[in-house]
Each structure stands twice: as C-alpha cells, then as structure tokens.
Design a protein. Structure first.
Length: 302
C-alpha cells in the first residue's frame, strides 16, 4: 500500500512509522532538521507499546514529487491545514482516501471543500505523542488507536484495506459506525477544559475539583451538545456526564495542547476548538455564552 504522511510529528510519525515498519511504501513529509535526520538516520519511535526504528525511510519536503498514493494520513495541526490542503492534488488518484486526523470537527469539511467528499475519510487519533528531537517520536500515552470511516459511514473496500494494513502493523484500528458522533464526542470532551484551562492556567485537577469551574465545564460541554443536536449529530444521551467522568480519570496535573501552546506563546488551535463552537453556534442559532466568553478572552492572546 502506498501512503503519504503529511505532518510527520508525533501522530504522523507514530502511525506512519508503524506502517513503514510493516513493509508498506510510506513517504513522510517533513522540513528542516527533522527532514535531514529522517533522511540520514531514519525514524526512531519510543513507545509504551514497544520501541521501534525504521531505516531507511522515504522522506521529502516536495509533496508534488511523491505521486499518487492509496491513502494520505493528514496529520498537520489545524493552523497548518490550508497549505497542506493546497498541496493534496498531486497525491490523488482514483480511489485515493485522505484521512483527516485534526482536532476539532471542521477539518473534514475544509478538505472536502477542496478535493470532494468522496476523497475524505474523517478520522480521529487517540494517542499522546510528540517529537522528541529530529527523527525521533515519543509515544507517552493513549491507546495508539485510529478511528475512521467513509463520510456517510458506509462500508467500503478502501476502508477495510486501511484497517487491515494498520492491524497488520500493530495499530489498533476501528472503522467507526458513526464517525461524526465520535468526532463530536472527542470535541465535547477536549474543548471546554482546553479553553477554561487556558484562561485560568489551571490543570485538570483544579478545574474539576472547584465547584464553580466544574459547573462551567458542564455548561460549556452542554452548549457543545446542543450545537451538535442542531446539526443532527447523534451524540449519546449521557455524553456530558460521561465526559466529566472521563475527565475525572485524567492525571490531576494534565493540561490540553491548547493550554500548553497558548501558555508558551506558540500558534494554537483556538479557532478550531472554542472558535468553532462559537461559529457553529451562530450558524445554528444555538446560544453558547460560556464558550463565547472563553473564546473572546483567549483571542486577546493570539
């Protein structure tokens, strides 16, 4: 199977590395010192599921030179998405699938606007992984699982081929029965503690233990559930209490990537997280007052 990994960070490096180690024809798109290290030494992954290395690897900064592939793993951050989408056409042949693995719920629509819905497999990654230096990825948590499906959740050969390839590479892969409900469930879980944590500079333990901030988390999650309902997304009835129960299981010192990026002054996914709640709330006529305040305050820091 021919696969292009656009965005060879923690997520792309881990899943692409597993596929390359299993013998698939994987090309990694990277830049700078990371690209140089991949070309020189290959890819090294330190993982809770077992360390591994792949050398040599195919690595390039010239997407147009890769040619048509079977699958694209689109692993860039949401703020890097526009140029990545613009670079997709040379990779696409008949039946090529672009797997969108961004945080949030809008990226599949953005990609589909450029290449068509038939080319997009909405997906989500359940993993905590990051670069640990040029040519090195560290997988520190999460099951290392990929969920994906066709836009309308119908079964297809290309979805099954990707699932089988990932399974053969030692990756937990799930063809979701309702990928949109899965994307929105993750969105509902991560956005409120991301926004509230960034505003207060407080970790999960503090946010969930104070009555006032816990109530704000529940209210922000409820707003997202109401937006999802307005868009006809079929979320579980208990999605808010279940999300809070899951938050209660996370490390007390834990924070979201949004919180960490804003604290460090780095580009962040604010617009794809809290900003998306505000935009979709306006589009559907759904009030989102808690998320609106969080977005407005955090926008002053970007």
């Amino acid at each position: 199977m021919r696969i292009a990994v656009i965005g060879t960070g923690g997520v792309g490096g881990y899943f692409g590395g597993r596929l390359a180690a299993a013998g698939h024809d994987v090309t990694f798109v990277a830049r700078g010192a990371h690209l140089d290290a991949l070309r020189r030494n290959g890819l090294t992954v330190e993982s809770a599921a077992g360390d591994f290395a792949v050398a040599p690897v195919r690595a390039t900064d010239d997407i147009a030179g890769i040619g048509e592939v079977d699958h694209v793993l689109l692993c860039v951050k949401t703020w890097q998405l526009a140029p990545a989408i613009a670079a997709l056409p040379p990779l696409l042949g008949d039946g090529t699938a672009v797997v969108t693995l961004q945080n949030g719920v809008e990226a599949p629509h953005e990609v589909a606007g450029a290449v068509g819905r038939e080319a997009v497999l909405p997906g989500t990654a359940k993993i905590i992984a990051q670069l640990d230096g040029p040519g090195r990825v560290r997988h520190t948590g999460g099951p290392g699982l990929l969920s994906f499906a066709e836009w309308d959740n119908r079964p297809t050969d290309r979805v099954e081929r990707l699932r089988a390839a990932l399974d053969g590479a030692g990756v937990a892969a799930v063809v979701s029965e309702d990928i949109w409900a899965e994307l929105w469930t993750k969105f509902l879980f991560v956005v409120p503690p991301g926004g509230l944590g960034a505003v207060t500079d407080a970790p999960f333990g503090a946010l969930r233990s104070r009555p006032g901030t816990r109530r704000l988390l529940v209210e922000a999650m409820t707003e997202i559930r109401q937006v999802a309902q307005a868009l006809d997304i079929k979320l579980p009835d208990d999605v808010v209490p279940a999300s809070m129960a899951f938050l209660d299981q996370q490390p007390a010192a834990g924070t979201t990537s949004l919180h960490r990026d804003l604290a460090a002054g780095n580009p962040s996914e604010l617009e794809a997280w809290t900003g998306a709640v505000v935009r979709l709330g306006e589009r559907t006529g759904t009030p989102v007052p808690v998320n609106r305040v969080l977005h407005e305050v955090l926008s002053l820091r970007t």
